[in-house]
Design a protein around this ligand. Structure first.
Ligand SMILES: [Zn+2]
Length: 67
């Protein structure tokens, strides 16, 4: 469960990210260029009270914690 940073309401999770007009969505990657290590497609949580949105990924196992 995610809590809105603005009003501390429970956010609605699981929305997909889409770039308007392109339809490709976005991906979060680690590193630069063709060697970038794709992590995961981000999801969006939306606060039904104030409209705050929050990007997150579901699987954090792939993220290196060495940084
Ligand atoms: Zn809110």
């Amino acid at each position: 469960m995610r809590i809105c940073r603005q009003c501390q309401c429970e956010m609605v999770e699981g929305f997909d990210v889409k770039v308007e007009g392109a339809g490709y969505g976005i991906k979060i990657a680690e590193g630069i260029g063709i060697f970038a290590n794709r992590i995961e497609k981000p999801k969006v949580a939306i606060c039904p009270e104030c409209g705050e949105i929050s990007l997150y990924i579901e699987n954090t196992d792939k993220i290196s914690k060495s940084k």
